[in-house]
Design a protein around this ligand. Structure first.
Ligand code: XMP
Ligand code: MG
Length: 186
């Protein structure tokens, strides 16, 4: 069935079924790896705003008890451009020390954001620190950062939907779509 795409959308990269299937696989893997963990000890930290839908779906698919928390970081403002400078807007409420922390991020691009998160959380004495990232654009990487659970590798196009935005638009599209280049290329 054809779906009516917003004007700025070029094509659908990952449809709802594909995303759901992969998120289920990731949740199964994480559940197996953290089997036996106590609710108090396992903290999912979603990176706002982009990860909010991925976080909701992933956390509901987990078969191990866990708590959820969020942090908010500065984004690229309204441009599809990395500055390398990351700033924290809101910190977690939960204490990270002694807990198994899983950072949940929407997309890995240059790597600066995840690198910043590793440094911040790494300094807080977590029992362990891992990352679950839905999307990665390997061609864009500026620094190497490890990812424990990755959803999909995608080409170097600006994507929106399933939490991801352009200038705070298109976040609630149920699929992940590439924007038409003229929309994000200044
Ligand atoms: P870095 O470059 O630090 O970037 O790895 C990670 C952050 O950049 C944003 N980003 C995107 N957001 N569509 C988006 O909606 C994209 O195609 C995209 N590429 C990078 C995102 O906020 C991510 O957390
Ligand atoms: Mg983000």
């Amino acid at each position: 069935m054809d779906i009516l795409l917003p004007n700025s959308v070029d094509y659908v990269l990952l449809d709802e079924d594909k995303i759901e299937h992969r998120v289920c696989e990731m949740a199964a893997q994480i559940s197996a790896d953290y089997e036996g963990i106590r609710n108090e000890d396992f903290l999912l930290v979603g990176v706002l705003k982009g990860s909010f839908i991925f976080m909701a779906d992933l956390s509901r698919r987990l078969m191990v008890p866990h708590r959820v928390d969020f942090i908010a970081l500065s984004s690229y403002a309204d441009k599809a451009e990395a500055t390398g400078a990351v700033r924290m807007i809101m910190d977690t409420r939960a204490d990270v020390a002694g807990r198994h922390v899983l950072i949940v991020e929407d997309i890995l691009d240059t790597g600066y954001t995840l690198d910043y998160l590793y440094r911040i959380f790494g300094a807080r004495q977590p029992a362990s620190l891992r990352t679950a990232v839905l999307l990665s654009k390997p061609e864009r990487r500026k620094i190497t950062v490890p990812v424990d659970y990755l959803g999909f590798e995608i080409p170097d196009v600006w994507v929106v939907g399933y939490g991801l935005d352009f200038a705070d638009r298109f976040r609630t599209l149920p699929y992940i779509a590439a924007l038409k280049p003229h929309v994000y290329q200044k």
